[in-house]
Ligand binder design. Structure first.
Ligand code: SAM
Ligand code: SF4
Length: 332
């Protein structure tokens, strides 16, 4: 059985694939309200190219795949992609990150095709704040999407919440309390200086004032008496806690914190077919043309793994000087 190891001894067994840069929402922290330059369609990997890249990675020891974007559910061939990935020998786990807007309709077909789990982005429980932050989002549709995912057995449900001062920070306790009744795993994520780092318009605070550290989040959740617990399957970099007696867990993700890099097991494939060793650092290894020419890409995968940096040097008070793309293009 082959395995991929980077120069720092980390085993790379997890591939995150951005299958599109397009999205049906425009979350203020991720994209500007208008004027996003999408990649031309022919630049995006086809379903067949995605599957061939995943098969090559699986042959080298990758066993877990997450589909992301952009919004992966806006791709018309999403169910076919999941079904083909689920048929690859060695792939044990296929998950998907979504904004949930199309989940109610697609959850049963995705589960039948072999999807195991979903992470749904949910930053607020207030429908007005949800609309303001996502610009086109419909809170009720996402709520129904989460319920449909649960019914379809896409469990455990993970909720990703980016915490933003003045926008949803005062909802931390209510969001965490969702786990009392629901076996959901909510993960509070620090806002990263990636994507839409400038003025968000709509009366949102200045960029310097929006960031909240996981330390501050934990202090503000102290009244809930969170207790450290083991991480649920596939929880990646979250530090996980539980409200006593709760059905689900509360996690904290500090993407800019060092512990995230030390245990990094992932490689990314961008929607336009570039292997990206690190979310933050700019280096990429293009594979699309090789796939289109019918060549194997195993050597390129090994090259990308060999180029994984020990860590990155982006901290919350920096702007995005060290990277060159929107989150939706890289795959968050
Ligand atoms: N559209 C899907 C979604 O929203 O879940 C998948 C793609 S989205 C880029 C993946 C994750 O990245 C989401 O949970 C989103 O909240 C997060 N994200 C995007 N921009 C971010 C930023 N500047 N800081 C922290 N998280 C961010
Ligand atoms: Fe779209 Fe996800 Fe970015 Fe929001 S965070 S704009 S849903 S890609």
């Amino acid at each position: 059985m082959k395995e991929l190891r980077d120069p720092f001894g980390r085993r790379i067994d997890y591939l995150r694939i951005s299958i599109t840069d397009r999205c049906n929402l425009r979350c203020a922290y991720c994209m500007p309200a208008a004027g996003v330059h999408w990649q031309p369609r022919p630049a995006l990997l086809t379903a067949d190219e995605i599957v061939r890249a995943a098969r090559a990675a699986a042959g080298l020891g990758v066993n877990s795949i997450r589909l992301t974007g952009g919004e992966p559910l806006v791709r018309g061939d999403i169910v076919d992609i999941v079904r083909a990935l689920a048929g690859i020998a060695g792939i044990r786990d296929i998950s998907l990150s979504t904004n949930g807007m199309l989940l109610e309709k697609l959850a049963p077909a995705l589960a039948a095709a072999g999807l195991r789990r979903v992470n749904v982005s949910l930053d607020t429980l207030n429908p007005h704040t949800f609309r303001r932050l996502t610009r086109f989002g419909d809170f009720e549709r996402v709520r129904c999407g989460i319920a449909a995912a649960e019914r379809a057995g896409l469990a455990p449900i993970k909720l990703n919440t980016v915490v933003i001062r003045g926008v949803n920070d005062f909802e931390l306790i209510d969001l965490a309390r969702l786990t009392l009744e629901h076996p959901w795993h909510i993960r509070f994520i620090e806002l990263m200086p990636i994507g839409n780092t400038g003025d968000w318009g709509d009366g949102f605070a200045d960029s310097a004032d929006r960031y909240i550290s996981v330390q501050e989040m934990r202090e503000r959740l102290a009244p809930l008496g969170l207790q450290r617990t083991g991480a649920p399957a596939g929880n990646g970099p979250a530090r996980t806690f539980r409200i006593p007696e709760a059905a689900g867990t509360v996690g904290f993700i500090s993407p800019l914190g060092e512990h995230f890099c030390a245990t990094c097991n992932r490689l990314r494939l961008t929607a336009d077919g570039r292997l990206r060793p690190c979310l933050i650092q700019t280096g990429e290894v293009p594979v699309r043309d090789m796939l289109r020419a019918g060549h194997d890409i195993e050597t390129l995968i090994e090259t990308a793994v060999a180029r994984k940096p020990a860590g990155h040097e982006l901290w919350h008070n920096e702007t995005s000087s060290t990277h060159n793309r929107l989150m939706c293009q890289i795959g968050g």
